[in-house]
Design a protein around this ligand. Structure first.
Ligand SMILES: [Zn+2]
Length: 234
């Protein structure tokens, strides 16, 4: 019985923490989302970048893929709680494909699988979660990229940027950028889609925050708030 009660208590506690964060967020930004609307709810696909043998950016023992998954899962939990239909590309430390003779081929197959999920339904709205790394260790702050193929992508990117600036990073002056061909998934999806580089692992101060459960939840809340505001805008 205890085994049953503990997870339930954990979920309840999590929701209370999120509710507390939501209340704080509402006090900090001028127009937090009205969560429940009569509009048709889009299908949200949250893509935790990398996974399996592809760790993404690595700094010491910090692996991008782990932070991506934690933030993606928190955002998925929040949006599910708020009534959205949410799917994740991965929920464990796995690539989406392990077929291929070498790393490059397996990476290509992984990307093909992700793209198939991005485009699986015209109702999909896609949020891809990543962490940045740069040679200049002073670079920090969230950066949002958007797909150039669907006008709604830029609207979603701006909603997430504004939520992050309002709730987390008041000094962040980074502007959203249309994805070039180096961001294969955004360049090739037909649905509204953004890629959120949540922060720079190459910046020590930001890295030390990004590995914490509390900050991961705050970033997830900013992403989810942006999505909800986007949903109310379109
Ligand atoms: Zn990445």
């Amino acid at each position: 019985m205890l085994k049953r009660i503990l997870p339930a208590a954990g979920v309840l506690l999590g929701l209370l923490v999120f509710a507390g964060l939501m209340t704080r967020a509402a006090a900090q930004i001028p127009a937090v989302a009205t969560v429940f609307t009569t509009k048709e709810m889009p299908h949200i696909l949250i893509d935790a970048g990398h996974g399996g043998e592809d760790g993404g950016a690595v700094v010491g023992s910090v692996l991008e893929k782990q932070i991506n998954l934690a933030i993606a899962q928190d955002a998925a939990d929040l949006l599910t709680f708020c009534g959205f239909d949410v799917q994740m590309t991965r929920t464990g430390d796995d690539a989406l494909s392990d077929e291929g003779a070498d790393v490059k081929q397996r990476k290509y197959n992984d990307m093909k699988q992700r793209l198939a999920l991005y485009n699986a339904s015209p109702q999909n709205v896609v949020i891809s979660v990543h962490q940045n790394k740069f040679s200049n260790a002073s670079s920090h702050g969230m950066q949002v990229f958007y797909s150039p193929n669907n006008d709604k992508s830029a609207v979603l990117a701006e909603a997430i940027r504004r939520a992050a600036v309002g709730m987390l990073q008041p000094d962040n002056t980074r502007e959203n950028k249309a994805a070039g061909k180096d961001i294969y998934l955004l360049k090739n999806t037909v649905n509204p889609a953004v890629l959120v580089e949540c922060g720079f692992l190459s910046n020590r101060e930001e890295r030390e925050k990004l590995v914490t459960d509390a900050y991961q939840k705050q970033v997830a809340l900013a992403i989810a708030t942006g999505l909800m505001n986007y949903h109310n805008t379109i």
